[in-house]
Design a protein. Structure first.
Length: 252
């Protein structure tokens, strides 16, 4: 139980750092009067990739899942232990996911604090929401869901594949830099249609923070779309875990 407590804290801090730096780069690009204003989608892709790098480094003790899709993907792959040596069980799975959600909310709150004056002066409510959560370029729930499933499948399948080779588990076994590069390439190749949440906590946690924080002129939190970046990554992660059972012994 003590080990699970350390894992919980590791996931909270790692996910908080991921979200702080990830949503922070979005804030820098989309909120007016920032030095990075209009930096473009590539800047956001690179920022999110390096945010993952930082989160993985910090959360190494827990296996650095920092993503419920990774946790559930490992379960679907038949793993008996997570990267931290914690046995897979209902309790441990819930602990990982709860920690990731708490960390995501904390990270989003700190982004708001860092950019408080810019949020106050920004008149576009959509830009404010974009800092916290993803949104589709073309709103089509079914196709948006498919995009999120595919992107998350790629993420989790590669992570599990390396874990099989390294006898570890989770993102930490893959190493921080390769995972960062993987996230960047997913963003640059598959991120355009939806903004590539590929992580339920990454979208839902900050969306909750957006709804609760006293952000001036923030508008709606777009809850009608919120299920897509949660359900899509869960399905993608589970499918990747299940696919790894027959495929990875052949491929690796």
């Amino acid at each position: 139980m003590d080990n699970l407590g350390a894992v919980f804290l590791s996931e909270v801090v790692g996910t908080a750092l991921l979200i702080l730096l990830g949503t922070g780069v979005v804030a820098n690009v989309v909120l007016g009067k920032n030095k990075g204003f209009n930096g473009g989608f590539l800047m956001i892709n690179i920022g999110w990739g390096l945010a993952v790098f930082a989160g993985v480094i910090v959360a190494y003790n827990s296996g650095a899942h920092i993503n419920p899709a990774v946790t559930l993907g490992l379960v679907a792959s038949g793993a008996t232990e997570f990267g931290a040596g914690v046995s897979v069980s209902v309790v441990s799975v819930l602990a990982y996911i709860l920690a990731q959600m708490i960390g995501a909310i904390i990270g989003a709150v700190f982004t708001w604090l860092a950019y408080k004056q810019h949020f106050d002066q920004e008149v576009d409510a959509g830009a404010k929401l974009a800092v916290f959560s993803t949104g589709p370029a073309i709103r089509s729930y079914g196709w948006n869901l498919i995009t999120e499933i595919i992107g998350t499948f790629v993420l989790v399948f590669v992570v599990i594949g390396f874990g099989r080779q390294d006898a570890g588990g989770g993102l930490a076994s893959l190493g921080a830099l390769p995972v960062a590069l993987l996230v960047i390439v997913i963003g640059t190749s598959l991120g355009g249609p939806t903004g590539y949440a590929i992580n339920p906590a990454r979208d839902l946690g900050p969306r909750i923070a957006h709804a609760l924080l006293p952000i001036k002129g923030k508008g709606t939190s777009d809850w009608s779309y919120s299920w897509v970046p949660v359900l899509g990554p869960i399905i993608g992660g589970v499918l990747a875990g299940a696919a790894s059972i027959p495929l990875l012994p052949i491929l690796t």
